[in-house]
Write a protein that binds this ligand. Structure first.
Ligand code: G3H
Ligand code: 13P
Ligand code: ZN
Length: 311
């Protein structure tokens, strides 16, 4: 099958009480590691590309690699723009083979967010592409946008019906205490998510798919391995996996994971190069890095997302 939208994926996930993983991709090894895990677990996949990834690897290279992944596996795969910053970037991805885009107007005023999101939805829907919007602001860094913990704001449930109704978005990212990056909570701070906000949002939007960004667990074993082999990632901490599993059982149909992939890859590379100082063929160190991505994604599918066998 060709690349798909997320419409059926989300309907099935909502009904089945699981979530689909949305994994950030930046090069061939990352795509291959994710897709090998998806194939082994027979899981649907969302492969997402940020503005930074497009700048790093080029739109056409990434699109063709994701198309190759679908051709090789036959899995249901959606190609999604992560944190689309403006109409023009969304338009370029819609015209250039993506099946889903996010327009991230969360840092604008409410009315500006509505107007921009509506404009993207009209363009996308006319071309068979689905759209994710965002209400509320996560802390952390994505591309050049850096939101401090103080400036982050939870989603206001009283806005969601109006936002979804006026924009026509197909899914909605909300802020309930997750954040981007590998340092999600201050040292000593107890990880907490506002499940009360999630519940109130889903009560107001019955059957509607909710998206969770900033949802890496920052798996401690990989942080320890990075530190063991010369890295410096003290105080890295993520969302406990049982909280994410709880979210995946609810209206949350898409869970975004990037930092955990970065950690898995970096840990494998550091270990390999430390143990094999004479290696200089990139295939020697990129293979264990790709294997680590695969293991990480298999773990997410089985333990957090619950989407094994749902392809
Ligand atoms: O939420 C942001 C993602 O982790 C992508 O990160 O903008 O550095 O590619 P990036
Ligand atoms: P993490 O940094 O927690 O992996 O979040 C990724 C994300 O939300 C991408 O949009
Ligand atoms: Zn995000």
């Amino acid at each position: 099958m060709p690349l798909v939208t997320t419409t059926k994926m989300f309907a099935d996930a909502y009904a089945g009480g699981y979530a689909v993983g949305a994994f950030n991709v930046n090069n061939m090894e990352i795509i291959q590691g994710i897709v090998q895990a998806g194939q082994k677990c027979q899981a649907p996949l969302i492969l997402q590309v940020s503005k930074g990834a497009r700048a790093y690897a080029n739109h056409t290279y990434l699109t063709k690699l994701v198309e190759a992944a679908e051709l090789e596996t036959g899995l249901p795969i959606a190609l999604h723009l992560d944190h689309g910053p403006d109409f023009e970037t969304c338009q370029s991805c819609i015209d250039g083979g993506f099946t889903s885009v996010m327009i991230d107007g969360s840092h604008f005023s409410y009315e500006e967010n509505v107007a921009l999101t509506k404009k993207v939805v009209e363009y996308a829907h006319a071309r068979g592409v689905v759209v994710e919007g965002e209400l509320g602001q996560l802390a952390g860094i994505e591309d050049e946008v850096n939101v401090s913990a103080e400036d982050a704001s939870y989603t206001k449930p009283e806005q969601v019906e109006d936002f979804v109704g006026r924009t026509g978005v197909d899914s909605l990212a909300i802020a309930i205490g997750t954040s981007h990056g590998a340092f999600k909570f201050k040292p000593g701070q107890k990880p907490q998510l506002r499940f009360d906000i999630l519940e109130e949002v889903s009560r107001r939007l019955p059957g509607f798919p909710i998206v969770l960004h900033g949802a890496s667990s920052v798996v401690p074993a990989f942080v320890a391995q990075i530190n063991q082999y010369g890295g410096k990632m003290d105080d890295a901490v993520g969302i406990p996996e049982e909280m994410l599993r709880q979210a995946a059982r609810s209206a949350v149909c898409k869970i975004n994971i990037d930092s955990d992939l970065r950690l898995a890859m970096t840990a494998a590379l550091r270990k390999h190069l430390a143990e094999h100082p004479a290696h200089f063929d990139p295939r020697q160190y990129l293979k264990p890095a790709r294997d680590a991505i695969q293991a990480m994604v298999e773990h997410k599918i089985e333990t957090v997302l619950g989407c094994s066998g749902k392809a």
